[in-house]
Design a binder for this molecule. Structure first.
Ligand SMILES: NC(=O)c1ccc[n+]([C@@H]2O[C@H](COP(=O)([O-])OP(=O)(O)OC[C@H]3O[C@@H](n4cnc5c(N)ncnc54)[C@H](OP(=O)(O)O)[C@@H]3O)[C@@H](O)[C@H]2O)c1
Length: 267
């Protein structure tokens, strides 16, 4: 059995993603504090809902998708009910393996993972760090399970807060760019629907080009920027406005917040 603890936004993304990836709904049990929400998710996906302590009893894999500030209470609630050999995967920003392992009984392995919301459309990416007692077989199993919603990469734990600042929070940066481009296009006279179609297709197409094997974003940008042309005028305005530095400052702020959420102090 796979237990999914916390059936909020991301919890439901993983319930539906695992099912689309071939996991039988009967093999999934969810636990959610808000009863109405538990019923809603259970009914929508045909899975069982149980209190956390009961949900983990039969589980060999536990995915934890509660907010970081709810993690300690939840681990305390489930610790005594986990069977030997279970893997607990935390998908919460900032929670360190050391914290997870200290809260779990001996014989229960931990994995730290950072997913992102495009998992909802099977275009997510998840970075995982297996804990000190996680076996290669357990790590491969977790990797296979999470790959239902997009590729999985492995990173050393020291880089997990940087991953959070890149792909975890990243979709929101793209949404902000999309929002801003739509607003600007409307200011330039386009109607909302046309602006939305032009912007979203452009972002999707450009991302697909940048993701081609061997593609380099800087080269692609130069290829579409003729000297003294329209794109050159826009890029000059971005550069003058400090776009690159702004992106770095935003991502550093996200990384530092991740460190704080994990109880650390940003460098
Ligand atoms: N959203 C993202 O883009 C994103 C991306 C990467 C990672 N994450 C991580 O995913 C996790 C979940 O985020 P989210 O956006 O899905 O949050 P969310 O919508 O608030 O979902 C968390 C759910 O867990 C419930 N919960 C809290 N304590 C519980 C307990 N002891 N037992 C059962 N359920 C419990 C909450 O109920 P209450 O509301 O009643 O407390 C809430 O419904 C976070 O740790 C976040 O860092 C999120």
């Amino acid at each position: 059995m796979i237990a999914i603890l916390g059936a909020g936004v991301m919890g439901e993304v993983f319930v539906s993603g695992l099912i689309r990836g071939g996991t039988e709904p009967a093999r999934i049990v969810i636990s959610e504090k808000r009863e109405e929400r538990a019923r809603e998710v259970a009914q929508a996906h045909g899975v069982h809902a149980l209190p956390a302590a009961e949900a983990v009893r039969e589980a060999t894999t536990v995915l934890v998708l509660v907010k970081p500030q709810d993690m300690a209470a939840l681990l305390h609630e489930i610790a005594a009910h986990l069977a030997d050999g279970t893997v607990v995967v935390s998908l919460a920003a900032g929670i360190r393996l050391e914290t997870l392992e200290a809260a779990l009984p001996r014989g229960v392995a931990a994995v730290r993972a950072m997913p992102n919301t495009p998992a909802l459309v099977d275009r997510g990416i998840t970075a995982i760090t297996p804990g000190s007692t996680c076996t290669p077989v357990q790590a491969d199993y977790v990797e296979g399970l999470l790959s239902a919603v997009g590729p999985v990469v492995r990173v050393p734990e020291a880089l997990q807060d940087a991953v959070t600042a890149t792909s975890g929070s990243g979709p929101a940066y793209v949404f902000l760019l999309v929002e801003s481009m739509i607003t600007a296009a409307r200011d330039l006279g386009l109607d909302h629907e046309t602006a939305r179609a032009l912007v979203t297709q452009t972002v999707q197409g450009a991302a697909t080009m940048a993701a081609q094997p061997g593609a380099d974003a800087a080269t692609l940008r130069k290829q579409v920027t003729s000297p003294n042309g329209t794109t050159a005028a826009a890029i000059a305005a971005f550069e003058e406005g400090g776009f690159r530095d702004l992106v770095l400052r935003a991502m550093t702020a996200a990384r530092d917040r991740g460190v704080e959420l994990g109880g650390g102090t940003p460098a």
